[in-house]
Write a protein that binds this ligand. Structure first.
Ligand SMILES: [Zn+2]
Length: 379
């Protein structure tokens, strides 16, 4: 997992915006804003600028695909809008105070983007500001809102937009209640309300998190494997850990110096709509040498063995087919593939995945540098 940089943490600590402390599991979001920013809003605006520079798919901490939509996709979505909605959402207008339908809505539920459906605010964070517009003290996920400086009408304000479709939502001000001190002032027409019924939310497809899949690969020292997979577009999160051993919740010392049989393994959560399991298998073979038995480069021992732990029967069949296919290649005729394949035990079971200690996570991100991708192997 990638942590927000120390610079961000310092700034956030200084501003007291404790709700922003959550880890980003998304490399596209884990970008440091300039350290000289001082207020929560300045920090958020800087994060918007940094995120805009990143390419490829982006995911929010709460598991949504927040890759910016293209102009064409936005035009298609905008066809459903009524003229009054277009005036606000596309032309950045403002509805008249006390005229919106959601100002006095006190029902339990989630407020999603009227244009693209991304969840933006929760009823739990709504408050009566007395301004005449729906007001919230924080978004449902900090990654779902974009912040832009707005100097129209001779004022200096911070405009808030949907991070996915750029729909205009309103503005954010620093006169809100605790714990953030922020007031997100939003136009009702920019939102759609999805009510919780019988304690359950049943939002439309566009308002649901993506259906992720999980893969487990052991290919030598997990620092490098984690770092390389984290860079693959479609990979949402990569975490270092131990798997395939004979004791529960092992620590690094046990794995290194006692016979626990654990392999240093990386758990990869991915978006199957962006990258397939077979493509990840190909990357895995590119990222390590599957012909080295119980070692990888200079690292010797069972913990460095090459292994695939399949999450289900489908992955198991795909992994077996992939290795059978690779074994036919000339490069593996004299140097046999030794990668083992087995069904993964469930998390919490002895042989299942156990997260490694915090100091092993994001090792390369924390200590600088990235692993070079081995020149051997192809995709
Ligand atoms: Zn949107």
């Amino acid at each position: 997992m990638r942590l927000l940089s120390l610079a961000v943490l310092f700034v956030l600590a200084a501003t007291g915006a404790a709700w922003l402390f959550a880890r980003s599991t998304n490399p596209a979001i884990a970008v440091a804003p300039p350290a000289e920013t001082s207020s929560p809003i300045e920090t958020l605006t800087a994060m918007t600028k940094a995120a805009a520079k990143t390419e490829g798919p982006r995911y929010s901490k709460s598991g949504y695909d927040i890759t910016p939509l293209s102009e064409k996709q936005i035009d298609q979505l905008a066809q459903k809008l009524a003229p009054a909605e277009r005036d606000v959402i596309l032309a950045k207008g403002t509805e008249r105070a006390f005229c919106g339908t959601l100002v006095d809505n006190h029902k339990e539920g989630v407020y999603v983007c009227h244009l693209c459906g991304l969840p933006l605010f929760s009823s739990q964070n709504k408050f009566d500001s007395g301004t005449g517009w729906p007001s919230f003290f924080q978004p449902v996920d900090k990654d779902h809102i974009a912040y832009h400086s707005d100097t129209s009408y001779g004022m200096e304000r911070i405009e808030i937009l949907c991070a996915r479709c750029t729909a205009h939502l309103g503005h954010v001000f620093e006169d809100g209640p605790k714990p953030t001190g922020l007031r997100y002032c939003v136009n009702s027409v920019s939102l759609e309300f999805v009510e919780k019924k019988d304690g359950k939310l049943d939002p439309p497809a566009a308002s649901r998190p993506i259906a992720t899949e999980t893969a487990y690969f052991a290919g030598g020292c997990f620092w490098g494997t984690e770092d390389l997979f984290q860079q693959v577009p479609g990979v949402i999160d990569a975490v270092s850990g131990y798997m395939g051993g004979n004791v529960k919740n092992p620590n690094y010392k046990q794995v290194c110096y006692t016979d626990t049989e654990h392999a240093e393994t990386v758990r990869i959560v991915f978006d199957p709509a962006r990258v397939t399991y077979k493509e990840l298998l190909a990357k895995f073979f590119k990222f390590h040498d599957p012909t080295q038995l119980d070692r990888q480069g200079p690292d010797h021992g069972r913990q460095y063995r090459s292994a695939i732990f399949a999450s289900d029967e489908k992955q198991l069949a795909e992994a077996k087919a992939f290795i059978a296919e690779q074994s036919q290649k000339p490069k593996y005729q004299n140097r046999k593939i030794v990668t083992t394949i087995q069904l993964a035990q469930k998390p919490g079971e002895t042989g299942g995945f156990w997260e490694a200690e915090e100091y092993h996570q994001d090792y390369h991100a924390k200590h600088g540098g990235h692993c070079a991708i081995p020149s051997s192997g192809d995709e």
